[in-house]
Write a protein that binds this ligand. Structure first.
Ligand code: PEP
Length: 250
């Protein structure tokens, strides 16, 4: 973690939590998180709970991000949500290119277009990248991550630095309980920063690690020089464990 870049810990709820469950979570989290700590905290509910979560967390320093955003402003895109619609709920950011979305068909070109559309609309965009186990075993992690970052930032410019975060999430560590070692996380996050520096100021870019982060491993992962926080899935569903990860970052 660097002294220059403000850490970010974001919780990705995936397809979990009804509106009522989201409200309960927010009430609990608000009492557990140290709002004065010098870091950013966000939760990423499903679209259906975005507005209720944003209302429940209004007045706290905890932000709300969507889990995806469509690149078009409006139109015939059944099941999708635009950046303006996300903002309309009170959310201020969105994930883009999560591996579960890529597996469901989101392409590199769409990821790039969504980064652009989201930032243009005023959202903070957390663009995700990361390799499969086969890619890692084939020794192609650097090549894969380099391509994903270059493709994802194809429409980005240096001016986007304050609204752009990149999360390195190795697919083999997502939801598996298998975490990258601090050395693996550091190595990959350094590659992300170096490649992104072709477009934005790498010294200011926040790069997160994601993949089975939990209260027990969060501190050592976030202690890595190029890891500026965490994107947390499973362990973000419980307010106590998410707050413990936030405390590790603080
Ligand atoms: C994620 O969904 O982004 C994630 C990292 O999940 P988990 O923490 O459960 O591996």
């Amino acid at each position: 973690m660097s002294a220059v870049r403000r850490p970010l810990v974001a919780g990705n709820w995936k397809m979990h939590k009804t509106v009522g469950e989201a409200r309960e979570f927010c009430d609990a989290l608000a009492t557990l998180v140290d709002v004065a700590a010098p870091l950013d905290v966000a939760v990423c509910p499903p679209f259906t709970a975005l507005e209720a979560t944003a209302r429940a967390l209004a007045g706290t320093s905890i932000a709300v991000y969507a889990q995806n955003v469509h690149e078009a402003e409006a139109g015939a895109h059944t099941g999708d949500v635009s950046a303006a619609m996300v903002l309309d709920t009170g959310a201020t950011g969105a994930l883009v290119g999560h591996s579960e979305r890529r597996a469901a068909g989101d392409t590199d070109a769409q990821v790039a277009a969504r980064v652009r559309a989201g930032i243009d609309a005023g959202l903070l965009i957390v663009m995700c990248c990361g390799e499969s186990l086969d890619t890692r075993r084939a020794g192609q992690t650097e090549e894969w991550v380099t391509r994903q970052v270059r493709d994802g930032l194809a429409s980005a410019t240096a001016a986007d630095i304050d609204r752009l975060v990149i999360a390195y999430e190795p697919i083999w560590a997502i939801g598996t309980g298998e975490t990258a070692t601090p050395d693996q996380a550091q190595e990959a996050c350094a590659i992300v920063r170096r490649v992104a520096s072709e477009v934005v100021d790498g010294t200011r870019l926040r790069v997160l690690y994601g993949g089975s982060v939990n209260p027990g491993n969060a501190a050592e992962l976030m202690a890595c020089a190029d890891v500026d926080g965490a994107l947390v899935g499973g362990a973000s569903l419980d307010p106590g464990s998410f707050a413990a990860i936030v405390a590790a970052a603080a």
